[in-house]
Design a protein around this ligand. Structure first.
Ligand code: FRU
Length: 475
């Protein structure tokens, strides 16, 4: 019987003013550690979201799959552990990242079985033991026992399945030790007779030797958690997470087309790419492809020192779901999932005190070049947009990150997109997690401990601009 609780009892019994932990973001209800989102799935009328989880401590280790589900992408129910490593199987050191598919009507986890300490895994399958996907049961034999022979790799993990022209393919993240090191995404042909037939290695989808990859997806030693989904017609988005010197760094994307190449497929970049999110606390995004949109979740780690997370009893959450697609002009559209409007409660005007969870929306129209508008979240954070320069800046000099992870960082993060005369800034804050999206083009996620407190204000700080600001508390 799965353990079922409402999401984040960690926050129940706490004062409604407590902003030390997210209330609405998916993370293990029992606390402890959470990293990558795994295998988002819509099945039997519910969204299921899995995630890397250490049930024993607020630090990475002994990785299981945690599980939450929701009918509306807003209210989530925690179901405890869905997949546990077994001492008798090749996942004995951890059930690392992967995806899910519905195979013959049965939700199936396709994941990295880890039984070595060098980051090289196998691909394992685990079938849902019941329709509510409360528990996955692993098949004893991997479908891919390990990397192709004769390759000297420093990473091989994170299977991701997709369908191209009616056939099922898989990607696996990798990095070559020699020649660089050089990150790579491998392609496999999934068994035509069934998911559990051995898969066939079909070469590289894209490696860092391609100039567009060298420009948009480096520096890295390995690409973790590849994800690939259609944008429109024959244009696809490839997302990879950059792993360097053993550190998880950031996630980037490239757009392009898929082309048959011998037994396999190659990704032909069209030159567009860059950071998927411009903040420093976003990694390992994965996707759920729906009819009219693709939903994406990332992992947001903590910007505080590890000891502080251990003392708090939890570390890591998933981001809010986002919609990725294209604007009518063919540029990448990056928006909060429309369902999140359902979180809106009491209205908040500029000058009001910030509750622990809320949304702010500021429409900006530049009346002169270099008009700049600053939205202040109390004293902790300032978000600045400069439409004619196409920039969104998060300034946290008043509340610096105390973790050295992923790398020592500057006090500000700036994202640059196309220049425009105006646009809409949406900022969703839930305790310490701040997610901002400028004009459905640039996303920026950071964790701020302690969560911003005080009043919010909107100021025109350079040149002339018109603004219209609204806000809503989230329960
Ligand atoms: C990404 C990652 C994956 C791996 C998982 C282990 O954050 O390193 O490559 O499968 O985490 O938890």
């Amino acid at each position: 019987m799965p353990h079922v609780t409402h999401l984040a009892p960690h926050t129940t019994g706490r004062a409604p003013t407590d902003r030390s932990a997210p209330r609405h973001h998916v993370r293990p209800a029992a606390g402890n550690w959470c990293n990558d989102p795994n295998g988002p799935l819509f099945h039997d009328g519910r969204y299921h979201l899995f995630f890397q989880h250490n049930p024993h401590a607020a630090v990475w280790g002994d990785i299981h799959w945690g599980h939450a589900s929701s009918a509306d992408l807003v209210h989530w129910t925690d179901h405890g552990i869905a997949l546990a490593p077994s001492p008798r199987l090749p996942d004995r050191l951890g059930a690392w990242s992967g995806c899910t598919v519905v195979d013959g009507g049965v939700p199936t986890a396709v994941y990295t079985g880890m039984d070595r300490d060098d980051g090289i895994g196998s691909v394992m399958l685990a079938r849902a033991a019941d329709p509510s996907v409360g528990r996955f049961e692993a098949l004893p034999r991997p479908v891919v026992p390990g990397p192709p022979p004769d390759l000297d790799l420093l990473a091989f993990r994170d299977p991701y399945l997709f369908t191209y022209e009616g056939e099922r393919w898989a990607l696996i993240g990798a990095g070559h030790r020699a020649a660089g090191p050089r990150p790579d995404v491998f392609v496999y042909r999934v068994g035509a007779g069934g998911l559990d037939e051995p898969w066939r290695y079909a070469g590289s989808l894209l490696d860092a030797g391609h100039p567009a990859a060298a420009r948009h997806a480096m520096p890295a030693e390995a690409w973790e958690c590849p994800a690939l989904f259609p944008l429109d017609g024959d244009r696809w988005m490839l997302v990879v997470s950059l792993w360097i010197a053993g550190v998880t760094y950031t996630a980037t994307y490239l757009t392009g087309t898929l082309r048959p190449h011998g037994e396999g497929l190659r990704f032909a970049p069209d030159g567009t790419g860059g950071l998927l999110d411009h903040g420093r606390d976003f990694y390992a995004p994965t996707a759920l492809v729906e009819q009219d949109r693709t939903l994406v979740w990332g992992w947001s780690w903590e910007s505080r020192a590890e000891e502080a997370s251990v003392a708090a009893g939890w570390a890591g959450c998933l981001t809010y779901p986002r919609e990725l697609g294209l604007h009518p002009d063919g540029t990448v559209r990056h928006a909060f999932a429309r369902e999140l409007l359902g979180l809106r409660g009491r209205e908040l005007g500029p000058g009001d005190r910030l509750p622990p969870s809320y949304e702010l929306q500021v429409d900006v129209r530049a009346q002169a070049p270099d008009a700049e508008v600053t939205v202040r979240l109390g004293r902790a954070v300032a978000l600045r947009v400069n439409p004619t320069r196409g920039t969104l800046t998060l300034d946290r000099s008043a509340t610096p990150a105390t973790a050295p992870h992923p790398y020592p960082r500057t006090a500000t993060a700036t994202a640059t997109g196309p220049a425009a005369t105006g646009g809409r800034l949406r900022v969703l804050v839930d305790g310490p997690i701040v997610e901002a999206i400028w004009d459905e083009r640039l996303a920026l996620t950071e964790k701020v401990h302690p969560g911003p407190e005080g009043e919010w204000t909107v100021e025109v700080t350079q040149s002339a601009a018109q603004t219209a600001a609204r806000g809503w508390a989230h329960a």
